[in-house]
Design a binder for this molecule. Structure first.
Ligand code: GLU
Length: 424
């Protein structure tokens, strides 16, 4: 399934990378690490920008694309490729940095990376998308590699694009190298459980947080923003755990039902309705912004960055936020949520399920031996629970938020790697 690209972020001018640096600096104050090492951990190690011509309709268009390797403290780098008209260097740098911290929190043996192609997948034909994807893969021939840099899906891309990239890479190298990319279709070496993994991680994080808060999932309500690859699986898995999902929405429409939305009906509806919720009748239609301020216990922003702004934060009713999307909360909003005692399980922990199962996919590719879905899910759940506990412990030890607890967890691990590798 292709991850959904929804409406424009609330503050398109906002520097995402500065936001990452801000959280990083706050977390760094809790450590006694050497300044030079902290500077090295914060910086993006390599930034590749490329432009290539592609025939779109009857014109030649120059496509702008990026790959950022944020951290080389551990190789390979790992992270998805985003297709969106909002793609720019600053955004890809921020997303790559988050991958470094996310991989460290999840205890995966990777540095962070991210790719971005400035295009609107909704407006392109399949043939145009294939040409753009193959051109991008070709321009990255010396950057990607099984032990160098492994891409995966992100917003606007899915298994189909991963298959094209793999094919291009294999043709260049003259051999099958499935481990160069994750999130592939199963027949090409993908892993069972990868599709639902990010949503599954959101569910596991929610259960862990509810347990710490002493709340019974069966007595809890939730609102999920986004019904693409992350939100739809998250909503389904949360409702399977007995959580009453009262509000759901995508870029076409949002719905509220006090009695709980039947998520299976919504999934069936989306399947037969061109992949979107518009026209769904399982709840009353509400405004997209009302998803975030709905009177529920748990809020799962699983669509876009920067949707929880200061203004929204003041009106949030949920006592627990699980960040399914990357960067859904602005730093200003974060401060308000902290004042309101809302627990925020940050993106670099909560949506780490996707890259965790990407890691399992890569391991299976290297072994040439494949696990059952049950095995993958069990390993995933254990890994997410362990990561949650580390972050919770650090947050409590340092008397800070879960976000800073997650950054501290990541910093401790990365600092070790950087220091032990040594310097010039
Ligand atoms: N794009 C996903 C993320 O932001 C998955 C990355 C991966 O599997 O490498 O976590």
């Amino acid at each position: 399934m292709v991850e959904t690209v929804t409406a424009k972020p609330a503050q398109a001018h906002y520097s995402f990378f500065k936001g990452v640096e801000r959280s990083f600096d706050l977390a760094a104050k809790y450590t006694r690490f050497e300044t030079g090492i902290l500077e090295q951990i914060k910086a993006c190690n390599s930034v590749y920008q490329m432009k290539f011509p592609v025939r779109i309709g009857d014109k030649i268009e120059v496509i702008e694309a990026y790959r950022v390797q944020h951290s080389h403290h551990k190789l390979p780098c790992k992270g998805g490729i985003r297709y969106s008209m909002d793609v720019n260097q600053d955004e890809v740098m921020a997303l790559a940095a988050w991958m470094s911290f996310k991989c460290a929190v999840a205890n995966l043996p990777y540095g962070g990376g991210k790719g971005g192609v400035k295009c609107d997948p909704r407006k392109l034909s399949v043939g145009e998308l294939e040409r753009i994807t193959r051109a991008y893969a070709k321009s990255m021939r010396d950057v990607f590699g099984v032990n160098k840099d492994i891409p995966a899906p992100d917003m606007g891309t899915g298994g189909r694009e991963m298959a094209w990239i793999l094919d291009e890479f294999n043709k260049i190298h003259g051999e099958d190298m499935p481990g160069v990319i994750t999130g592939k279709p199963i027949v090409l070496g993908g892993s069972l459980g990868r599709d639902a993994a990010t949503g599954r991680g959101v569910m596991v994080s929610t259960l862990c947080a509810l347990k710490k808060m002493g709340l019974d999932p069966k007595k809890v309500t939730a609102s999920v923003q986004g019904f693409g690859n992350v939100g739809s699986h998250a909503a389904r898995l949360l409702s399977e755990q007995g959580i009453k999902v009262c509000a759901i929405g995508d870029h076409t429409a949002s719905f509220y039902n006090e009695k709980g939305i039947n998520i299976q009906t919504a999934l069936d509806y989306v399947k037969t309705n061109g992949g979107v919720l518009k026209g769904f009748t399982g709840g009353v239609e509400i405004k997209g912004s009302e998803l975030l301020t709905a009177k529920v216990d748990v809020l799962v922003p699983a669509a876009l960055q920067n949707v929880i702004t200061e203004e929204v934060a003041h009106r949030i009713n949920a006592k627990l936020i699980i960040e399914g999307a990357n960067g859904p909360t602005t730093p200003e909003a974060d401060a308000i949520l902290q004042e309101k005692n809302v627990i925020v399980v940050p993106d670099i922990l909560a949506n780490g399920g996707g890259v965790t199962v990407s890691y399992f996919e890569w391991v299976q590719n290297k072994m040439g031996y494949y696990w059952t879905e049950k095995e993958v899910n069990e390993k995933h759940d254990l890994s997410m629970e362990t990561a949650f506990d580390h972050v919770w412990t650090n947050a409590h030890e340092f008397k800070t938020t879960m976000r800073l607890g997650a950054y501290i967890t990541a910093l401790k691990k990365i600092e070790q790697g950087v220091k032990l590798k040594g310097f010039f």
